[in-house]
Write a protein that binds this ligand. Structure first.
Ligand SMILES: C[S@@+](CC[C@H](N)C(=O)[O-])C[C@H]1O[C@@H](n2cnc3c(N)ncnc32)[C@H](O)[C@@H]1O
Length: 188
């Protein structure tokens, strides 16, 4: 199957460094817990979270991204597992304490229903006490739709909502751009 990101990930560390806000959040959590990074890409988040001592599973349909992530995991002997799969097919979510979804939702007209249903499926399948961490670009109606989706579920408690700026640097072209981002954390 042709996977768009397999081509993009010819550029190493395409998305650059993890957000400090996200790392600060994990630094404060108990390290005896399990993290699932859905759409982990090249491991921009999964690798540093595993370095903190969490047992991390990263899932992505890009084999190239998973291979790059697992190469680092092997060299550093990190508690990190990579799975090449379609995240929308996942059923086993009850074993995790944290579900991370970084830059995974865009809520375009075509994708909105599917994405909202997927979030609802995650909420239904995670155990009580599990956190979901959404990092999402704050443009258009994205945050509004995400908020509506989580706030309409009475099982969720909202723990954090942080704004920050993400700087993207294209090493090949030298192009640099910034975008407003949000990190929203909820707990079931
Ligand atoms: C914008 S990138 C974000 C990667 C990573 N979360 C980060 O922030 O660095 C989106 C990632 O989601 C993956 N992806 C998109 N839809 C997917 C799906 N249905 N199943 C598995 N991976 C998917 C892509 O392959 C890509 O690696």
């Amino acid at each position: 199957m042709k996977v768009t990101y397999d081509k993009y990930y010819q550029t190493e560390n395409l998305f650059g460094l993890p957000y400090p806000e996200l790392m600060d959040f994990f630094a404060d959590q108990p390290k005896t817990t399990r993290v699932l990074d859905l759409g982990c890409g090249q491991g921009r988040d999964a690798i540093p979270i595993a370095r903190l001592g969490f047992e991390v599973t990263g899932m992505d349909r890009s084999q190239v991204g998973i291979d790059q992530m697992m190469q680092v995991a092997r060299i550093e002997n990190l508690p990190l597992t990579g799975i090449t799969s379609d995240i929308y097919e996942i059923e086993d979510l009850a074993e995790y304490d944290f579900i991370l979804l970084d830059s995974m939702f865009h809520f375009t007209k075509n994708d909105r229903n599917r994405e909202v249903k997927f979030i609802q499926k995650i909420i239904a399948k995670i155990k009580d006490g599990c956190h979901i961490i959404f990092c999402i670009q704050d443009t258009g109606k994205k945050v509004k739709i995400l908020n509506q989706t989580v706030d309409s579920n009475e099982k969720l408690e909202r723990l954090a909502d942080r704004t920050f700026i993400y700087t993207f640097e294209d090493n090949e072209t030298g192009h640099r751009s910034t975008s407003d981002y949000r990190m929203i954390v909820v707990r079931k």
